[in-house]
Design a protein around this ligand. Structure first.
Ligand SMILES: Cc1cc2nc3c(=O)[nH]c(=O)nc-3n(C[C@H](O)[C@H](O)[C@H](O)COP(=O)(O)OP(=O)(O)OC[C@H]3O[C@@H](n4cnc5c(N)ncnc54)[C@H](O)[C@@H]3O)c2cc1C
Ligand SMILES: *[C@@H]1O[C@H](CO)[C@@H](O)[C@H](O)[C@H]1NC(C)=O
Ligand SMILES: *[C@@H]1O[C@H](CO)[C@@H](O)[C@H](O)[C@H]1NC(C)=O
Ligand SMILES: *[C@@H]1O[C@H](CO)[C@@H](O)[C@H](O)[C@H]1NC(C)=O
Length: 434
């Protein structure tokens, strides 16, 4: 699509996806607007002690918890053209990373392009344009505007995926989802059941286990976690059902419980798109997308960060640059038929392995190939292979020991190589107050 002066871009969300898109669009002199539902930038990286609803009665967006340190090392958390401060530890706290995002927005002077407290409620394809409806939350005033290109940067770590386990309603203790987990204080000296072993499941388990009486961790991962878990940690299989006082597991064993935390992930949530987008949305997938991001049926709509198992910050940054190059007309996409063919091949590969369609978003060991593909198609600078290599090394370190993987410092030597050394002492194993 060749860009002409009066063409306009709507960027939805001012998290990393929205901000990096805004930065590249601005550099190209593109006419764009960012619509952000909250009154701050940084999306999920802002810690909000409150849970439930905010001052405007809107659901609290962020899932950040107080003791969070990044689960990827510094070199894989840096945005292009904006080096992270030297003073960062190898795995910064949410606080340092959030400051960094705010500094990024300030440095590239992006805030004046953002309409805060504007929530997008509908994006419809009508003729050759996108009709974007948005509401100014405090006043309730509604706007409808036409755009030529839409960047969806609304994230996917906000709407809890609830497992619906039998007997849940009978259980007399507390049940929350990790979206509402903030601090371990309420779990002191209690018997806590944690369900799930994704990044949050492991991290929050250890956070809670520091003060809980017993931490019962239920999950069905076949991964060999070699972490030396503390004496108050008990591993259990899936929960069969709850009763008033506790849970019965699928192996027939039973545990008394005071509290339950579901670390069962999030649902993809795009309430503003409809059938005119041509997309199919389920809790765990959005299809069909080219390169994990371009709406194949309406290629003037792109999605940021719909990737699982990747250096998300770096991948999103590259996607933003790709989206900008696409809008700018620097390259043309393959034909719709070709994009569908490529996508269909991936679907078939997933089906033949008996995996669910949600795996369409798993980049994992294709991560480096993905960066190569983005560059080959669009001409944007390539994300160097060393990033993927660092992530693989970091993943191994996590399996080895969840308490110590953040003691490693990773230094990039060149596009292909890095060094790693052990450096203790800067932070507590789990927390890192700046
Ligand atoms: C607890 C936690 C820890 C994480 N740790 C790491 C880590 O260590 N390393 C890593 O690389 N990644 C991590 N991530 C992943 C993280 O999601 C990404 O790093 C990145 O923040 C995603 O940015 P985003 O812009 O796609 O989405 P978000 O940061 O989620 O931002 C989306 C923005 O869109 C806005 N929005 C939503 N709906 C609308 C609407 N309808 N209208 C207008 N605005 C809207 C929201 O208010 C929000 O500001 C973590 C995620 C979580 C939840
Ligand atoms: C951007 O587009 C809007 C709507 O067409 C227009 O009012 C505005 O002047 C444009 N801005 C620039 C810098 O071209
Ligand atoms: C439920 O919990 C309350 C206090 O939290 C307690 O007083 C009550 O006895 C409990 N009921 C059952 C059936 O365990
Ligand atoms: C688009 O191409 C021009 C000319 O080669 C280049 O200067 C610019 O950086 C490219 N833009 C993007 C976003 O890749």
């Amino acid at each position: 699509m060749a860009q002409s002066v009066d063409k306009r871009v709507c960027i939805i969300g001012a998290g990393i996806g929205g901000l990096t898109s805004a930065k590249y669009m601005k550099e190209e002199g593109i006419n764009f607007t960012v619509l952000e539902a909250t009154n701050y930038v940084g999306g999920t990286w802002r810690y909000e002690p409150k849970i439930g609803t905010d001052d405007y009665g809107m659901p609290i967006y962020t899932s950040m918890y107080k003791h969070l340190r990044t689960n990827l090392p510094k070199p894989t958390m840096e945005l292009r053209d904006f080096p992270a401060p030297d003073s960062w530890p190898s795995f910064p706290s949410w606080k340092l990373f959030y400051e960094y995002i705010k500094d990024y927005a300030r440095h590239f002077d992006l805030e004046k392009h953002i309409k805060f407290l504007h929530i997008v409620t509908s994006v419809r394809r009508e003729g050759n344009v996108w009709k974007v409806k948005h509401k100014h939350i405090p006043s309730g005033e509604e706007f409808v505007e036409e755009y030529d290109f839409v960047v969806v940067g609304t994230g996917h770590h906000s709407k809890p995926n609830m497992p619906n386990i039998p007997g849940e309603r009978l259980f007399n203790g507390t049940i929350i989802h990790s979206h509402d987990y903030r601090v371990p204080d309420a779990y002191k000296d209690r018997r806590v059941l944690m369900i799930g072993s994704g990044p949050s499941g492991m991290d929050i388990s250890l956070d809670v286990a520091e003060t809980a009486k017993t931490l019962i961790h239920s999950h069905h991962s076949v991964v060999n976690f070699r972490t030396p878990f503390p004496a108050n940690y008990i591993k259990k299989p899936d929960v069969k059902e709850f009763n008033e006082n506790g849970a019965i597991f699928v192996d027939g064993t039973y545990e008394d419980l005071d509290d339950v935390i579901y670390c069962t992930g999030f649902e993809y949530d795009y309430p503003f798109i409809d059938e005119t987008s041509g997309l199919t949305l389920s809790k765990r997938s959005l299809t069909p997308l080219h390169n994990y991001m371009v709406n194949i049926h309406q290629p003037t709509m792109v999605f940021m960060g719909l990737l699982v198992r990747a250096c998300l910050v770096i991948a999103i940054d590259a996607q933003s640059q790709y989206a900008t190059a696409l809008f700018k007309g620097n390259f043309t996409l393959p034909t719709k038929e070709k994009m569908l063919e490529i996508w269909q091949k991936r679907v078939e590969a997933i089906r033949s392995k008996g995996k669910p369609i949600s795996h369409i978003h798993f980049v994992d060991h294709y991560e480096d190939q993905y960066y190569e593909e983005l560059t080959r198609e669009s001409g944007i600078p390539r994300v160097p292979p060393v990033m993927f290599k660092i992530r693989i090394k970091d993943t191994e370190a996590k399996l080895e020991n969840f308490y110590t993987f953040r003691d490693y410092v990773y230094t990039i030597i060149d596009d292909e190589t890095f060094t790693r050394k052990l450096e203790k002492g800067k932070c507590n194993k789990l927390h890192c107050e700046p």
